[in-house]
Design a binder for this molecule. Structure first.
Ligand SMILES: Nc1nc(=O)c2c([nH]1)NC[C@@H]1CN(c3ccc(C(=O)N[C@@H](CCC(=O)O)C(=O)O)cc3)C=[N+]21
Ligand SMILES: [Mg+2]
Length: 291
């Protein structure tokens, strides 16, 4: 292996400590402890792991968290009703509705109900619109976590070719917007990329991935990206979390990719912890917005 690991766990711990200090200062100034409400419907095992990670991270960062559970049989009206109650609760600053929701629940209706000023996932159309106009309120957790990973590793994006594989509303699409924009919260050197947003209908995918100085895999297919997709010396960011018989694997075939890339994120311990970290940052931001 030749690639250097981008250690998301260590970077996230460092940023969480900074958020903890800022949240403590905010409490000293206002008497308010930022609070995240997480809504978990049903008992999907992966969702339980994520929600537990989020609760632990909140504790480390002086952020209050409360988990609200509904049974897997819950209706759209029941989930919407809970979100409305949390919207009205002035002690709650951030609301996260854990996805996926059970099939009978209309996820868009639920997400549209979240007060946009408490929308720490940045899924509400008002926040998506603000981001697309280049004046974001909250930044979506996984894409902004990736920008933090790059910035903390000294990897600038300005003028670089970035290829994103996967066009989801949660990762690929907002990631493309953020990287293509003129500026970012961390400085213009972490924006201004030339972005290709590839997907299942892309013809000659390798032509795009091989041009990339930074390749971001967010497809949801285990070990889909191989050495032959990667330009020698490229930076590879693996967003995938796939549970297989061999355990947790990413969307990148790590062993072959690490022979070609210069830097690479592992799974676990790469992007995942950063997603959680930005959620904390957004919760503090939400508490500030609501003062
Ligand atoms: N409303 C909503 N917002 C989300 O941000 C959201 C969601 N729903 N649903 C599911 C996806 C996925 N996601 C992850 C969170 C933490 C890890 C994480 O902590 N990963 C660790 C451990 C992974 C493990 O052990 O399973 C790691 O990669 O090292 C991963 C993935 C947030 N998501
Ligand atoms: Mg993730």
């Amino acid at each position: 292996m030749t690639a250097q690991i981008i250690d998301g766990k260590t970077i996230s711990k460092k940023i969480q400590a900074e958020i903890g200090t800022a949240a403590g200062q905010f409490f000293d100034a206002t008497g308010v402890k930022p609070k995240l409400a997480a809504v978990l419907v049903g008992d999907d095992p992966a969702s339980q792991v994520y929600v537990r990670n989020k609760e632990r991270a909140c504790e480390r960062a002086n952020i209050e968290s409360e988990l609200f559970r509904l049974p897997s049989s819950a209706t759209t009206d029941e989930v919407v009703g809970l979100v409305q109650k949390l919207n009205e609760d002035s002690q709650v600053h951030g609301i996260l509705v854990q996805l996926p929701l059970p099939d009978q629940v209309d996820a868009l209706q639920v997400l549209d109900t979240v007060d946009p000023k408490k929308d720490v996932d940045a899924f509400h159309p008002e926040n998506v619109g603000l981001l697309s106009q280049g004046r974001p309120r909250f930044l979506p957790c996984t894409p902004f976590g990736i920008i933090h990973l790059l910035a903390n590793s000294g990897i600038e994006t300005s003028g670089k070719n970035v290829c994103i594989v996967g066009r989801s509303d949660i990762v690929g699409k907002p990631m493309a917007l953020m990287l293509a924009q003129r500026d970012s919260e961390l400085g213009s050197q972490y924006a201004n990329a030339t972005v290709s947003l590839c997907h299942s209908r892309t013809k000659d995918l390798v032509a795009y991935t091989k041009m990339a100085d930074i390749l971001i895999a967010a497809i949801g297919k285990p070990e889909f990206i191989k050495a032959e997709h990667i330009k020698p010396g490229a930076v590879v960011i693996d967003v995938g979390i796939n549970r297989t018989d061999d355990g947790l694997v990413g969307d990148v075939d790590f062993d072959s990719a690490a022979e070609v890339a210069s830097r690479i994120t592992p799974v676990p311990g790469g992007v995942g912890p950063m997603t959680v970290t930005i959620l904390l940052d957004n919760t503090l931001k939400a508490a500030r917005l609501q003062q």
